[in-house]
Ligand binder design. Structure first.
Ligand code: AKG
Length: 294
């Protein structure tokens, strides 16, 4: 599905958008499964292992900001993680040792208030023995400027990993916009029609603004590592780790390539999701409007 030029562009800029990856039937099944999950949020009043809620959520008017780990509880999201068209692309971008799913999430930005995500590098959240890692953004809705698409700073994956700790020294999962040399104005919006996919490098600086449109922006994110990139924070379940390979075969010989990082420790005092982590960051870049109370 991609050319040598696309691969070169990914390595040069740190991102790639591939249109029309998902067939319409599968896209319909993904959206239906997501609608079911969101409808079930009416039964919860606080964040759970599945739901991260927007401020203003009530059972009568559910406001879901994130579905956590959809591949682990809803089969169609595991089916998509192994989707041959996507795996073929990742094999080209990650190299010969295969691709391992490490996590998944769906970030929902509701019309008019869906939360922004502050600038960050995924590498600061989960450093590995080498940085052949990427996140796939599966556009479940059309993504366009007004509904808060992913924004990526081109070439930033080749630069430093910036500090993601707050003034008290705790991990907060956000870069302080006043304490780095990144040109945020150069960021490129990763837009496309529903069914398109974006791929961004684990060290690419990225974020996204609030949804100010009257349409939703639902983005399914999968995080993948090369088969020979091992997590520095350790492996809890070796069998599950190997079952998460969507290409390649299990190995126990990590490839080690230095890529400096400050570990995500001490952990965030607000664990659970990037939105919670980032709530302790002192300086925010993106303006936000709170949802209207119902
Ligand atoms: O949903 C978005 O726009 C960005 C999400 C993101 O970068 C993350 O959750 O790590």
């Amino acid at each position: 599905m991609i050319t040598d030029r696309d691969v070169a562009q990914y390595h040069e800029t740190g991102y790639l958008v591939v249109p029309d990856v998902i067939e319409p039937d599968l896209l319909g099944r993904l959206r239906a499964a997501l609608d079911g999950l969101v409808a079930n949020a009416a039964s919860v009043t606080d964040h759970t292992d599945v739901y991260d809620l927007e401020p203003g959520h009530t059972p009568e008017s559910p406001k879901v900001r994130r579905i956590k780990l959809p591949h682990s509880h809803t089969p169609v999201f595991w089916e998509l993680a192994q989707y041959p068209r996507m795996v073929e692309i990742m094999n080209r971008l990650l190299g010969p040792s295969g691709a391992r799913l490490q996590s998944s999430k769906i970030n929902l930005k509701a019309p008019h208030y869906g939360s922004p995500v502050e600038w960050h590098q995924d590498w600061a959240f989960y450093p590995h023995t080498n940085d052949d890692m990427l996140a796939v953004g599966v556009m479940l809705d059309d993504a366009y400027l007004e509904n808060g698409p992913l924004l990526v700073v081109p070439g930033s994956h080749k630069g430093p990993t910036w500090d993601h700790h707050d003034a008290q020294g705790y991990f907060c999962g956000a870069m302080d916009p006043t304490r780095n040399e990144v040109d945020f104005d150069s960021a490129v919006p990763l837009t496309g029609k529903a069914g398109s996919m974006s791929f961004h490098h684990v060290r690419a600086v990225h974020g996204s603004a609030q949804n100010v449109s009257d349409k939703p922006r639902r983005l399914l994110l999968y995080e993948f590592s090369a088969g020979d990139a091992f997590p520095l924070m350790g492996i809890k379940d070796w069998d599950q780790y190997n079952r998460n390979l969507v290409s390649g075969t299990p190995i126990n010989t990590p490839r080690i390539v230095p890529a400096p990082v400050r570990m995500p420790l001490p952990p965030s005092p607000r664990p659970g999701s990037i939105y919670e982590n980032q709530s302790t960051a002192q300086n925010k870049y993106f303006a936000r409007r709170e949802p209207a109370k119902v």
